[in-house]
Design a protein around this ligand. Structure first.
Ligand code: ASP
Length: 441
């Protein structure tokens, strides 16, 4: 029988009614055996996520030595969830909450405190579903560099879960090399779900959220953009790196290595098809040349020009060593025969260090010309169809020129599934709309 690992996000589990809905979803398909949960999220706009309330608890306990005022809100939230689920007569959430509050105060750790939203929610969901609770601290480990420890975690997860018909596992955290609780970055339950799916070699990783999958572009820019039904891991990586953020960007790596597809589903509209994310091997071409468009504002492009750069051994290494010494990541490095550009997030220069970087680069490689373009936005047009369809870039550039947009930089990724254009921040929305019109209308 096929095996599905499903992860439910915070809005899917924000209150008792939603947890009942999630229970029905899980029970409606026997393949859905392992359930990874987030902490309760927002119930309405303006509401506060339990994880954010927990960071408040940490702050309060650091300042005052206890967190009773902030923890009271968590207490009320979980009491009301348990009551809504009709579990208050047999499930002693009060005792679990008391223990949790004591531990938060004694451990004095931000990660431990933040992780308790997932811990408490998984205890509740497990009781509601009648499934065992398996603590992430016993199966997900980080190494001494703070990286997820595959070698230690995968066999343990597989061994533990093999013995269960089903289980509920809290997302977002695990245990570090010193035995302390450590969390992934925010939104990290997506990563936990992916890890569990990989460890048990699932047929499918379902990620349940409050939208019906990925859209071809940001709906705040284009009204009702098309839904993406099928997308490859590679395309998704490009789009989510550029800001399409339904899933935590790091969550694709574990399942991708295991060739396990991901399905994004909407807890509030389970009948919607959602988006299926497929490994390249299993990817089937669909009609559109372009799968999606995404972008980000606020980059700086440093442009270097030097005659005979192409025959100067070590030119790029010297440039990159300067960045390395300053702890700067670059995003792209388009190059020509005598030119090289560095695309860097402008946040690195918020301290006014751009001029001194230009000076240091000039000293390092003595360019004929060096110049920085600021306030640049990048827009990526992504799709497997692009490499094999003659004229795609011509269409893209014509659409931008018709819209009166000045292209400041072009970078076609070596995988040929994306073309990135650099434009002025002010042209960003106009650019996304022009590309969408060209390829989707
Ligand atoms: N609860 C955590 C957060 O709010 C992790 C997650 O939901 O994935 O970031």
């Amino acid at each position: 029988m096929s095996l599905t690992v499903c992860k439910f996000g915070g809005s899917s589990l924000a209150d008792g009614n939603n947890i009942t809905r999630v229970t029905e979803i899980v029970k409606s398909d026997p393949a859905r055996r392992f359930v990874v949960v987030s902490a309760p999220g927002k119930r309405y706009s303006g509401d506060i996520k339990v994880t954010d309330m927990l960071y408040e608890c940490y702050k309060e306990s650091k300042e005052k030595g206890n967190c009773s005022a902030a923890f009271e809100k968590i207490r009320r939230r979980f009491y009301s969830i348990v009551e809504e689920l009709g579990m208050d007569t047999f499930f002693d959430i009060g005792k679990i909450l008391d223990e949790t509050e004591r531990e938060i105060e004694s451990r004095k750790s931000a990660d431990f405190t933040a992780s308790r939203g997932e811990y408490l929610n998984a205890r509740v969901v497990a009781a509601k579903m009648g499934l065992p609770f398996i603590d992430a601290k016993d199966i997900i480990f980080f190494d001494k560099n703070g990286q997820f420890d595959e070698a230690r975690s995968y066999p343990l997860i597989a061994e533990k879960l093999e013995k269960c018909e089903g289980a509920v596992i809290p997302g977002f955290y695990g245990t570090d090399a010193e035995g302390n609780i450590k969390t992934f970055s925010r939104g990290g339950s997506d990563i936990s779900g992916s890890i569990v799916a990989r460890a048990v070699n699932a047929d499918l990783y379902e990620n349940w959220t409050d939208v019906s999958g990925f859209l071809a572009c940001d709906p705040r820019i284009v009204e009702h953009p098309q839904k993406i039904e099928i997308i490859s891991f590679k395309e998704l990586r490009e789009l989510s790196y550029m800001g399409a953020n339904v899933l935590h960007a790091d969550s694709i790596f574990p399942v991708r290595k295991g060739d396990i597809p991901i399905k994004i589903k909407n807890t509030f509209r389970p009948e919607d098809a959602g988006t299926l994310i497929l490994p390249s091997k299993k990817y089937v071409k669909h009609g559109n040349i372009v799968t999606g468009i995404a972008g980000k504002k606020d980059f700086t492009v440093i442009y270097l020009e030097k005659s005979m750069m192409n025959s100067e051994i070590g030119f790029a290494r010297k440039v990159l060593s300067v960045l390395e010494r300053r702890g700067i990541c670059f995003e792209h490095m388009p190059s020509g025969i005598d030119t090289l550009s560095l695309v860097i997030e402008s946040k690195y220069f918020a301290d006014g260090s751009l001029d001194s970087l230009l000076k240091e680069l000039s000293e390092a490689v003595q360019p004929d010309y060096i110049h920085a373009l600021e306030n640049i936005a990048l827009v990526a047009t992504v799709g497997h169809g692009m490499a094999s369809n003659i004229g795609t870039s011509a269409r893209l550039f014509k659409a931008l020129s018709d819209a009166g947009i000045n292209i400041r930089m072009i970078d076609q990724g070596s995988s040929e599934i994306n073309i990135i254009v650099g434009i002025d921040n002010d042209d960003y929305e106009k650019c996304v709309r022009a590309i969408y019109r060209e390829f989707f209308s």
